[in-house]
Design a binder for this molecule. Sequence first.
Ligand code: BEZ
Ligand code: FE
Length: 301
Amino acid sequence: MQDLDVNQITDAAIAQMANTPDPRMREIMDAAIRHLHDFAREVKLKPEEWLQGIAFMTAVGQMCTPYRQEFILLSDVLGLSRLVNVMHDASGREPEGTEASLLGPFFREAAPVVPLGGTIAHHAKGPEVMMFGQVVDAAGKPVPHAWIDAWQTDAEGLYDLQANNPEVMDMRGRVQCDEQGRYHVRTLKPLGYSIPMDGPVGTMVKLQNRHGMRPAHIHILVSAPGYRELVTALYLGDDPNIDSDTVFGVSSSLVVTPATGMADSPAPAMPSIRYDFALSRDDEGGGGRVGSDPSKLVPAG
Ligand code: BEZ
Ligand code: FE
């Protein structure tokens, strides 16, 4: 029989888990218990507050469906997805490789293939933008025939999955680069949008007086055999929320500003974005990232 004080309870809990056969699970759970207990001691957590926390997490779980993943959203707004992704990125990306960004919950497999120079705006209307550039390796050498998936909101700030008929794919497409790794594709200027605010995570974000917005962006996934898959996004520098993304996805190297009159644009009269994507060699056979298989986990919007 042990009489456990506020510190001994931590050692007792860790001791009970000491025979966990999986060493990584043991390491993670050991640290989780130490930090959780330290957190409770630091804020002097009261029973009614912990019950409120449990009610919140229960509501987050109950909000999840095959089409909505409220726990990923919670991880996003707490900055944890970004933290985990940045650590993963730093462990495998060559210094010259393009920075990663959040995949988000709106990616879909098998988007329509778009020819070079075609558009990913199949139905939506709005101001057009030309996106062009080259896919290179970390040494700047072209990566021939890389595939680029692009997906984004329409000019109203909505993903196709949030439209009346989510079966219809729009504002997304797959382009294959030429033998020099060059690509050009037309799209619409995306609009910033709110993360789903109708669930417990949205309630928390409102209670924290946060705006819940993401700055306008174009999601990008670049893949080529022998290279690490690059999941990133380009953020529009003129968005009012560029410095206060609710899910912390923006890095300065990913901020772009469409400009007309660019000499190397395939359509200089059109606002154009030039972005070259630099891929790192795949030495470790890839690896998961937070929200890496979200094709069926879609906020209802
Ligand atoms: C997105 O960029 O689509 C996104 C990312 C995190 C949470 C909600 C949306
Ligand atoms: Fe997005």
